[in-house]
Design a protein. Structure first.
Lengths: 216, 216
DNA sequence: TTTTTATTTAGACTAAATATAAATAATAGG
DNA sequence: CCTATTATTTATATTTAGTCTAAATAAAAA
């Protein structure tokens, strides 16, 4: 069937309000066909494989969110749809992760109707679209970093110790908790600070909060 | 029961998705009449004074959110409507502030349709309703506190030092910055910890972040 | 004025952290 | 399988940071 070819959109968000707000948005404009707005991930993924969406829209902070592995699977299965994240609470790491696996567009839920519509169309064409807030966020947060999106890599043990530090535990408590020598904790912390270019335990804790390594 | 009298609801949220999701929610159920779902605060407040809402629903993290002063003004003007906050990113202080000025119900945007409907009805009757997430939050966060919602009052100097600590400055740097003796800084910090019942500089920094004394 | 609260400081002492060095454990690459 | 690398662990000696006790000064409240 020729006629005017509407863009097929599929949506996944655990928030009721967002699902219905989105439903209203895309159906009202008349330019799109909404395949569905899903709360359940399994059902959502099944429908993607049955229908042929041009654009996949999702909130990556949903309860049982899409992972980058999910996205890659979708990409592999067919001609890749465009991906658009509509969310709040963007975290640097998460944005990077999804950018790396090919998600084109990111907007916040605070964005205007027009901006969201623009983002959908951009995603359909495989173009990038970041709303100002996301953009600001990326620029701001990637200030101190070098080239890539990843912060200097910490080992699992180092991250563990960083987290506990940010929880307010001192070196001794961490040592007790992890059954380590106090010296070990100091050494790890020293290495963390070296890798992240920090100069005190306070800065380390600050880093953990600013970079969402612990929840606020 | 006057079966025909629908509850009048008015809604204020800067997020497009939420406004439309909410619109759908309340109109679909047939139990309510939605006076309007507003993006603009002035317009919203004007409409409240013109119409007679039974329930006022709003997101207190909106761009130009309702203040507790606004709420009080609405309360004074007429028989008080019920108030329901639908939001994410609850902060302890904000919840307390709005509870103090008489807001009955709090739910998150992640709540189910049914829960939101329950909350609306509770607000209309002047009853309290907290969703589980908000409840958890309140219980968790008010653990270490005494009676009131306010954290133990710190002096201006103490807050100043708390902030600088959270920024990652050590005692010496704070002393230099404020032209104080190192001992003075230690004393202030000791007093802060005593007042807040904290036992280390790390916990102090954690406290600052958890309580939004510094921005994340 | 007297009392309380806030702010400031010091000396003696204690706990925490660093620098340096190095030994295992685990892992990746050939 | 062996080896180079990385991760994890620990210790000693030394330095630095922080606490305890005590108290002076200033400002604000009673």
């Amino acid at each position: 069937m020729k006629a005017l070819k509407k863009l097929n959109i599929i949506h996944y968000d655990s928030e009721f309000l967002s699902r219905n707000g989105f439903k209203y948005l895309v159906t009202d404009s008349g330019e799109f066909r909404l395949i569905g707005s899903f709360e359940d991930k399994a059902e959502f993924l099944k429908t993607i494989n049955a229908e042929y969406p041009n654009v996949v829209v999702f909130d990556f902070t949903s309860k049982d969110s899409l992972t980058s592995a999910d996205i890659e699977k979708i990409r592999e299965a067919r001609k890749s749809p465009g991906f658009l994240v509509i969310s709040n609470n963007f975290k640097k790491e998460t944005i990077c992760e999804f950018m790396d696996c090919g998600v084109e567009c990111f907007v916040t839920k605070a964005c205007s109707k027009d901006e969201i519509l623009l983002a959908i169309k951009a995603a359909a064409k495989g173009e990038r679209f970041f709303c100002n807030k996301v953009l600001e966020f990326i620029i701001d947060k990637s200030f101190q970093k070098k080239e890539d999106c990843e912060p200097t890599k910490l080992t699992t043990r180092e991250i563990e110790i960083l987290k506990l530090s940010a929880e307010g535990l001192d070196a001794k408590e961490i040592a007790d908790k992890l059954f380590l020598s106090l010296h070990t904790v100091y050494t790890h912390r020293k290495n963390i600070m070296k890798k992240l270019n920090l100069k005190s335990n306070s800065e380390l804790i600050k880093y953990a909060y600013k970079n969402n390594i612990v929840s606020t």
